[in-house]
Structures are given as C-alpha cells and as structure tokens.
Design a protein around this ligand. Structure first.
Ligand code: ZN
Ligand code: ZN
Length: 89
C-alpha cells in the first residue's frame, strides 16, 4: 500500500511521485505537461521533457528528478495541465 505524507495544504494524503519539473510548476503555475500512471496503487507523473527521455536516461537521472507530492497536490498539478485524474478519491 502507498506511503503517506503530511501536506501543509491537504493534510494526510497518499504520497505520489513526480518529476522535479512538475514539482516546481506548483510554484510557478506553468503547465509543463503531465503524463501520469498508477502502478500498484501508487500515482506517478512526469513532465513533457522527462517523457521524452529514453528509459536509460531516465534511469540515470531519476534519483535526482523524483520528488514526493501529496495526492491532493498531484491533482492540483494535473489540473494546471488540464489533465483529469480518474479514480482518484
Ligand atoms: Zn520533468
Ligand atoms: Zn497537498
């Protein structure tokens, strides 16, 4: 099952994994693309640039790129990019 984190805005929420560019876009309000998936109950999302990385490049960089975001913030970031998250309670 997912791990949880305490968000200053949304309270206790499941943790999701997003790339740093999406994480930063929460502050800037810029749409950077939002390619999300749900694996074993965990949500993750990457931006347009990261989506174009090869698997090899992504694997090499992901330790630097991946940030934790609460599921509430995940949905805010999705909305910023006009993306609907289906099945997220
Ligand atoms: Zn990215
Ligand atoms: Zn949040």
């Amino acid at each position: 099952m997912s791990e949880y984190l305490n968000c200053g805005t949304h309270g206790k929420q499941p943790a999701t994994f997003v790339c740093r560019h999406i994480f930063d876009s929460m502050k800037t309000g810029d749409a950077v693309g939002f390619y999300w998936s749900k694996t074993n109950g965990d949500y993750d999302a990457i931006c347009e640039d990261c989506n174009e990385l090869s698997d090899q490049d992504w694997d090499a960089q992901k330790a630097d790129l991946v940030n934790l975001l609460c599921l509430g913030c995940f949905k805010v970031a999705a909305n910023l990019n006009d993306v609907e998250i289906e099945g997220a309670a």
